[in-house]
Design a protein around this ligand. Structure first.
Ligand SMILES: *Cc1c(COP(=O)(O)O)cnc(C)c1O
Length: 376
């Protein structure tokens, strides 16, 4: 049996090697390295794929979030609600704009923002004199957050929603794809994400023409649409390279085939892993995960650190996302949280394990992984 990879970019590279080489040579020939024709083509293909009205690409997923906060004039004294159980970038961008991230707990069965905790968070923000501005739900491990419920809460309090869909490209709710689940979404093309390039990259999906035009200006030093040396906003430099767009166009062509393979592997794990030992991820009715990662929760009798050692001995790569929720991180621990403790985030940080998930796992490999896990 071939060595199992946690995420296998090498095998994927073999599949698309010739197409990628040709696509890169075309960029070398035309020489428009930044925002070249591949970038506009990719933006239009991403609109087709996601159902979003407008797509604005940028340098990475973190900038995608940041540009959206800038476009919404987020500033000091504003409160933005983010789940505590996420990657640092979700909260970091809020702090960059001198606003305050308020940490919200998650639901145990979906890993995503808990609507009840969100309501406590909004109340708390008002009590401490902050101005509630918006919500950044995260589609953790590939499963879309509960946008329908969160949208109702947002409407009640006049807040906007920005989806952090960095891990969920390909996911959906009732046949609406990630990118069109919220009025504003951000995704990442970091190599290990479901749709990754060969470097850094990101994209923003919006449904308003006004936002689209402001974001295009903000990603290019606030330039005016008609004269790039006329500056109408304080922007940043955050653009997608033509080479990365060329790679992404080739990867997008095989994305649905890869997504089907991920779904099949997820189904095999769900059907065969021993649920007396591991609590398994769950898709609420109508929700479809993009299966960016496959994360199991150790039941109480399972010692996670022993399990991780055992998996290493069996040559099964496994990782913990995330060992520390954001409200326990040294630099963020003084930021407000919805409640004194965020019990689910704290509990899951000690119990989660992500196991190999990529389209090129063989039947033999997933059978081996399941057998070894069930034997522990
Ligand atoms: C990866 C990730 C980001 C940031 O994306 P980059 O492209 O690495 O900047 C933001 N949020 C979440 C949840 C992520 O997983």
């Amino acid at each position: 049996m071939q060595q199992i990879q946690f995420i296998d970019l090498k095998t994927q590279q073999q599949v698309i090697k010739n197409q990628v080489n040709e696509a890169i040579s075309r960029v070398l020939e035309h020489g428009q390295y930044i925002l070249g024709p591949e970038v506009s083509e990719l933006e239009s293909k991403l609109c087709d794929y996601t159902g979003a009205k407008y797509t604005v690409t940028c340098a990475n997923g973190t900038d995608a979030l940041k540009l959206l906060l800038m476009a919404n004039n987020v500033r000091v004294n504003d409160a933005v609600f983010v789940p505590s159980f996420t990657f640092a970038a979700t909260a970091e961008v809020v702090s960059h704009l001198k606003a305050t991230p308020i940490f919200i707990d998650i639901c145990e069965d979906t890993f995503n923002m808990c609507p009840k905790s969100l309501e406590s968070g909004i109340l708390h923000a008002k009590q401490i004199g902050l101005n509630p501005k918006g919500i950044i739900p995260v589609d953790l491990f590939g499963l879309p957050a509960d946008y329908p419920t969160i949208q109702e809460i947002a409407n009640m309090h006049n807040l906007w929603i920005l989806a952090d869909s960095a891990q969920s490209f390909g996911g959906a709710i009732n046949n609406h794809k990630v990118g069109s689940l919220a009025p504003m979404s951000a995704t990442s093309f970091f190599p290990a994400k479901p749709l990754g390039c060969y470097g850094d990259g990101g994209a923003i999906f919006v449904n308003s023409e006004e936002l689209d035009s402001k974001l295009r200006s903000l990603r290019m030093h606030g330039a005016s649409p008609t004269d790039r040396y006329d500056h109408i906003h304080i922007g940043i430099n955050s653009r997608l390279d033509s080479m990365q767009a060329a790679v992404l166009l080739e990867k997008l062509k095989i994305f649905d085939i890869e997504l089907e393979k991920r779904k099949k592997i997820a189904k095999f794990y769900l059907d065969n892993l021993d649920q007396t030992k591991f609590k398994l991820p769950f898709e609420p009715k109508g929700f479809k995960s993009g299966w960016g990662l496959f994360t199991i929760i150790c039941q109480d009798q399972i010692d996670r650190e022993k399990l991780l050692n055992y998996l290493k001995e069996q040559q099964i790569p496994a990782t913990v996302y995330y060992r520390k929720p954001m409200h326990k991180q040294p630099i963020y621990q003084n930021c407000p949280s919805a409640t004194n403790n965020l019990p689910i985030s704290e509990k899951l940080a000690n119990k989660v394990v992500s196991i190999p998930m990529h389209p090129y796992l063989t039947d033999e490999q997933i059978e081996y992984i399941v057998t070894k896990l069930n034997k522990f």
